[in-house]
Design a protein. Structure first.
Length: 156
């Protein structure tokens, strides 16, 4: 009877060791998975990563008529070499000249965020795009804000 009890206890001890080994292994795998998941979430939600991805997926630069960049520094570093804004005697923007870092097949899309304008683009020399800007009289009522914001989107 003692031999059977001893054999039973040894088998139970071995089985318990196997089960606890599998539980420990499973917990290690789950911990590693959780740690990796937390690390990846922290990386992809960081502002630097979001800026980098948005510059590659939909590169947009928002600037104003005072030549200040409001948003889109990553897109500006990747695609935009320089831009120049020309105004008339009243201080209304009449022309924006965009110089890109590479040759683009299609012109970047330029929109005014503050008012309604007719914007026509034409290819300049080398990597330049020239945008002629005219206020749309029926929608501006003859009044144009002092500082305008523009959105420049690179579609290539």
């Amino acid at each position: 009877m003692c031999q059977k009890l001893g054999k039973f206890l040894r088998n139970a001890n071995n089985q318990l060791a196997n089960v606890s080994g599998w539980i420990t292994f499973s917990l290690l795998i789950l911990g590693a998975w959780w740690g990796l998941d937390t690390y990846i979430k922290a990386k992809i939600t960081s502002p630097e990563m979001i800026e980098l991805v948005s510059a590659r997926i939909r590169p947009i630069v928002i600037f104003d008529s005072e030549k200040k960049v409001v948003s889109g520094e990553a897109a500006m570093n990747s695609f935009l070499e320089d831009f120049d804004i020309k105004k008339d005697a009243k201080g209304i923007v009449t022309e924006i000249i965009i110089t890109t870092k590479t040759l683009l097949n299609t012109p970047p899309v330029l929109d005014c965020l503050d008012d309604h304008f007719i914007i026509n683009s034409e290819k300049g020399e080398k990597f330049k795009w020239i945008y002629k800007i005219e206020p749309y009289p029926a929608l501006t009522f003859g009044k144009v804000p002092n500082v305008l914001r523009f959105r420049l989107e690179f579609v290539n």
